[in-house]
Design a protein around this ligand. Sequence first.
Ligand SMILES: [Zn+2]
Length: 471
Amino acid sequence: MDFKRAQLSTAKSFRESIVPRLCDYVRIPNKSPLFDANWQKNGHMDRAAQLMADWCREQSIQGLKVEILRAEGRTPLLFCEIPGSGEDTALLYGHMDKQPEFTGWAPGLSPWEPVLRDGKLYGRGGADDGYAVFSSLTAIRLLQEQGIPHARCVVLIEACEESGSYDLPHYVDQLAGRIGTPSLVVCLDAECGNFDQLWCTTSLRGNLVGTLTIEGLTEGVHSGAGTGIAPSVFRIARTLLARVENDVTGDLMLEELHAPIPAARVAQARAAATVLGDQIAGKLPFVAGARPLSDAPVELVLNNTWRPTLAITGAAGLPALENAGNVLLPKLDLKLSFRLPPTTDAATAATAVKQRLEADPPYGVSIEFDVDSSLAGWDAPPVAPWLEQAMQDASRATFGRDAMYLGTGGSIPFIGMLGERFPETQFLVTGVLGPHSNAHGPNEFLHLACAERLTVCVARVIEAHFARGAT
Ligand SMILES: [Zn+2]
């Protein structure tokens, strides 16, 4: 592939076609079904799917077929098929649904109004993960433009990822014959350590989410009358949480949540920590004076990618401050979100957490832990030499630096699903979610130069995927 030519062509596409269309996409508040109970009636998801499908159909790609698949009560799925040479198939994946707004957007920025500033496109869903379909098809177009053969490609853009991809297995089953057995999967929904090189994700963590409900009284009572006689549900919550998480170090105490860290992953974490150093902690918006869990960057990488963690992400039963009278609260619900190591069995972890929280209720109060979802993580199979070589070529040619490997602290349910179905498949799991790009939070942005370079890297990998069979 002529990298120079590919980069110029990509830049032109982004400038003239992709960025304007992504701006329109940012304006559509197509929140994932979990965050918009009326998503069907609101029709935003359909509009987003239509916008993407329309753009796809405008691309000059030989034999391209574009379809929006729908099923009763399910989110739609955008499916593209591009015929190719040989017997192989490459599958490219992304998603169109978005996280909710969240708070804290800087002045002049907002989730649903795109802003271009300093080479970044701000707005919800541009980086996570709207750009994926544009980059995927552009990568294929770049090859065809230069007369370079590629395998048959299928592009799958789901609309349920931020809700745990519960509609995806339905479509994957339905499309099984048309997807076939992909020997390469490209996923453009992951993180990057920085915007200066190609990052290949080697693992994803699992995710266990559940609601802890503690009920001590049938109704709230005057705290002067009640405290010292009935226990505070908040204190019980602290007691229960301390059973699973060391409240000083944050270490999780259930053996079932841990997994051994392979030596190769420790070595890759060391290499990534050497390149990234202070950026690992520096990518997070600490307040002045706050510091990370460790001073050693490699420990932060391992904590974030191979160790289990807990975050409390929501509560019910705690009045807002302006309504907080002196009341001994009757009931408290907490949302618990565990991240699990890539190879931890999610179902076993869920059972262990539930048993530990519900056992021996202090003072006999009512305790329940309802598991909302438990998703397994993923540990990549060893990278084939052709893929390693293609990633290095592409990263050096487009970014001027080596490609790097890094585990990711987040979860992409589909990759775990595919890893199980296709154990022989090679994966390029990468993305543009780098420092401060803040998917899920305020001020999400798409780093345009990085997205363009990544697009060219994907083209090179698809080229090499086909060529590997030819040698
Ligand atoms: Zn995403």
